[in-house]
Design a protein around this ligand. Structure first.
Ligand code: PMV
Ligand code: MG
Length: 330
């Protein structure tokens, strides 16, 4: 019997770059564009992804390294060797891209959560969203990923979340010195809270069709982060969360605008011309828009409080070469 599981995409609403510093909060929303894994009993472990035109086993393979390392983490977590795992065939599809250009709504990390979800279902482990988050983060930190793991929180919980980040260097040290079960059992000091917006508005995603690599953007922008940027972003992110929960439109607009301005000032690489256009298109409309994630391309988001204005924005985006990737009512 084949078991099928899925993971959603994600987008940052607020708190980008700041969340790289432990204790800072970001808001992220799940995007219902799915990646799928199918897993079935097999004679030996076999891994297949539509990103590559060949199948791998557990022999080290550069392309399949992340999936292989996720399998290795899970086996270690269960206290068994790879050879002791009941063998399976895992097939992953849903590249989250068009014409070879990625949407920028997933992350290289999302395949880790997807693989864990598939293995959890296959071995009937019923891993919680929190354990999925910790196991996926463990795997990525071990590999030297330089992200905040906010994307992993959103994808593991498959929801709109407020993620307060943890000290990744601390966890890195634990990984080197302690058993995986010990590391997983510790309190890492993060917080993941599901956010329930209480406002009727359109949530729109504009795709610039310009792929941006978060890892490189982080390396470029990181040194510009100041204590003031952190303090001001945190204040507005927390206010934005409250405003979303209270359905306070004026405050939502004000704080998204502030967070966007702080990103604009942080580093000119974030708002490239297309993302500037994406934001500019909201001017004069009952809409607030900003870049999402690392910037330099990928996607921007908008919250629209008027259906007609949403339509105007979509048309303006089209003129600017920005494609509406997703639209939903919050
Ligand atoms: O571009 P994305 O969606 O991968 O977002 C990156 C957000 C950063 O804060 C810049 C990095 C991170 O991992 O938090
Ligand atoms: Mg990005």
């Amino acid at each position: 019997m084949t078991i099928k599981v899925q993971t959603s995409g994600k987008l940052y609403i607020a708190g980008e770059y700041a969340v790289l510093t432990p204790g800072q909060t970001a808001l992220l929303k799940n995007i219902p564009i799915q990646m799928t894994a199918e897993i079935v009993t097999a004679g030996t472990i076999s891994l297949s992804s539509d990103m590559f035109d060949y199948v791998a086993d557990m022999t080290p393979d550069h392309n399949y390294a992340l999936i292989q390392e996720t399998v290795t983490s899970l086996a270690a977590y269960l206290g068994v060797t790879i050879a002791e795992l009941r063998p399976f065939s895992l097939t992953i599809t849903g590249k989250m891209e068009r014409d070879g250009k990625k949407f920028g709504i997933g992350s290289s990390g999302s395949v880790t959560v997807l693989t864990l979800k598939a293995l959890s279902a296959f071995y009937a482990l019923d891993l919680s969203a929190d354990t999925l988050f910790k196991l996926a983060s463990y795997t990525l930190i071990k590999r030297g990923d330089n992200g905040s793991m906010g994307d992993i929180a959103c994808i593991a919980y498959d929801d709109f979340v407020a993620f307060t980040s943890f000290d990744r260097q601390q966890v890195r040290d634990w990984i080197v010195n302690e058993e995986i079960q010990t590391v997983l059992a510790k309190d890492w000091g993060y917080q993941i809270e599901v956010v329930k917006p209480a406002i009727a508005c359109d949530f729109l995603v504009g795709w610039t069709k310009q792929p941006s690599i978060s890892k490189d953007m982080i390396d470029r922008v990181k040194s510009s982060i100041t204590a003031d940027f952190l303090k001001n972003t945190q204040a507005s992110v927390l206010s934005l969360k409250l405003a979303l929960e209270a359905g306070d439109k004026i405050s939502i607009k004000k704080h998204i605008e502030r967070i966007s301005d702080l990103l604009l000032k942080l580093n000119p690489a974030i708002y490239n011309q297309t993302l500037l256009n994406l934001k500019l298109a909201s001017q004069g409309l009952d809409i607030v828009a900003k870049s999402s994630g690392s910037g330099g391309g990928d996607c921007g988001i908008a919250l629209s409080f008027d259906g007609k204005d949403s339509q105007k924005l979509i048309e303006a985006w089209e003129h600017a070469g920005i494609e509406l990737l997703h639209k939903e009512t919050l």
